[in-house]
Write a protein that binds this ligand. Structure first.
Ligand code: ZN
Length: 289
């Protein structure tokens, strides 16, 4: 792990055997999609910690959590679990998942997938999850904007739909994933208005073989810069990649080359996430004290 500079954290990664259709979506077809491959790429990109987000396709909360625990242990605590549950599977599914998470000290956050799944962030079925997040002081990450799945309904994934719960649960911290893309301005408004709302920079780029990829990187950087300037602060912006969709070094460069004061770039690249996810305090890996 690198020393002599603030810690760097990727706040949005996926590594799971339930990733559907990986070969068509990873940034590179021959990617080593396991903890060794991910940790090597993190080392090369200078990233100390990663939040590995479960996917809703996992068969149940037990198996998803077992996989997360294995990753936390195999990485010596560098990979921290973010758990999820599909609220459309019913009240009992949500209740059982929370019952399981209740006794799991390694969890760094909770993710919700509106857009991929048909529910709004203010759906009453989510109330037990927000109450758990409040009780355990866990941030809630919310998928925003475009979906890889063409059957997804992006109307559920607009930043404006998060405003109501952000106001109602003012002591729960919310992360708008993908900076709300394409509704980056709308996401910036929430980050500006709601002091408990953050945004991550993950998954903004298309596959590197896409036409205009280089122009897209430059355009994304301009949009991020505009959003951060309009918020007036970089305190609640988090670097993330959405690996394996984006190459870590490319995702880091998107932020590292932003025309902002160096201290703000370091905030986005890690220190904001260390504070938000309390990475220095929480139990890193199963069995550690
Ligand atoms: Zn993601």
């Amino acid at each position: 792990m690198a020393t002599g500079r603030p810690p760097r954290v990727d706040a949005h990664l996926h590594l799971t055997r339930w990733w559907p259709d990986l070969a068509h979506t990873a940034y590179r077809a021959d990617l080593e999609y396991n903890s060794r491959g991910l940790l090597e790429e993190m080392d090369a990109a200078g990233i100390d910690f990663g939040l590995v987000i479960q996917v809703y396709e996992a068969p149940n909360a037990e198996e998803a959590l077992a996989e997360s625990r294995t990753l936390a242990t195999a990485s010596g605590g560098r990979l921290r679990p973010v758990v999820t549950v599909d609220p459309t599977r019913g009240e009992a599914t949500v209740h059982d998942a929370i019952g399981l998470w209740e006794h799991e000290p390694t969890i760094a956050g909770i993710k919700l997938f509106p857009g991929y799944l048909p529910f709004y962030p203010h759906d009453p079925r989510l109330e037990p999850i927000y109450e758990f997040a409040h009780r355990r002081e866990l941030p809630v990450l919310i998928h925003q904007g475009d979906t890889l799945d063409r059957k997804g309904l992006v109307k559920f994934a607009r930043p404006i739909e998060v405003d109501e719960v952000a106001v109602r649960y003012s002591d729960v911290r919310f992360v708008l994933c993908h900076f709300g893309n394409p509704w980056v301005e709308e996401a910036a408004e929430l980050v500006y208005k709601d002091e408990n709302v953050y945004a991550d920079t993950s998954g903004l780029l298309a596959h590197p073989s896409a036409p205009y990829f280089r122009e897209m990187v430059a355009e994304c950087r301009r949009r991020l810069h505009r959003a951060i300037v309009s918020v007036g602060s970089a305190e609640r912006v988090l670097y993330g990649s959405d690996w394996p969709l984006e190459e870590l070094s490319v995702a880091v460069a998107l932020v590292a080359d932003l025309d902002l004061p160096p201290a703000d770039r370091e905030r986005i690249l890690g220190t904001n996430a260390v504070r938000l996810f309390r990475l220095g305090e929480r139990t890193a890996a199963p069995g550690s004290s």
